[in-house]
Design a protein around this ligand. Sequence first.
Ligand SMILES: [Fe+2]
Length: 181
Amino acid sequence: MTTLLKFLKAKLEDLRQDRSIRYDLIKDIVEYLHEYADKHHHPCEDIIYSYYLEHRKDEKVADGVHKLAEQHIKISALTEHLCDMTEMILMDAVVPQQQYIDALDEFLEIQTNHLNYEEDHILPALREELTDADWQAIIALLPYDGIDDVDSLKELARKSDPLFGDNVQERYQSLRENLGA
Ligand SMILES: [Fe+2]
């Protein structure tokens, strides 16, 4: 995720300096984020967050968790918007450069803030407060069959991630090479 955001930030800078960029790669990234993060990763986080909200009482953490869940909705909408704009450019439709720069900028800002807040504040708090029994209960709520512990969940994530996982999907092959990942 950080690799993708870094890549997009560099592309944003290229656009600001009026350098040309490969929109096909941007499209792959945004599509990946929409397909994988918005549809799989975030819903899993949302399940963890709502479990926390139901079972824990630390109000500061609960506020943060609430905020993150709301941001997932906004991120999904911004991702879709950026995806549409990128597709239009690839189809040679006229999209004002400044409009595209603004959309990419807004997208990157919310994604970066979201990730930092999650990693610096919320995930450490959840790790501290949730017990093994809690994680067991959360795993049972996830929409996957045959997953009964954190390790098998991690393995599933590794296998099913179409870009960074063990089996890179053909459509992401070129992106993966260009990311140098
Ligand atoms: Fe998140």
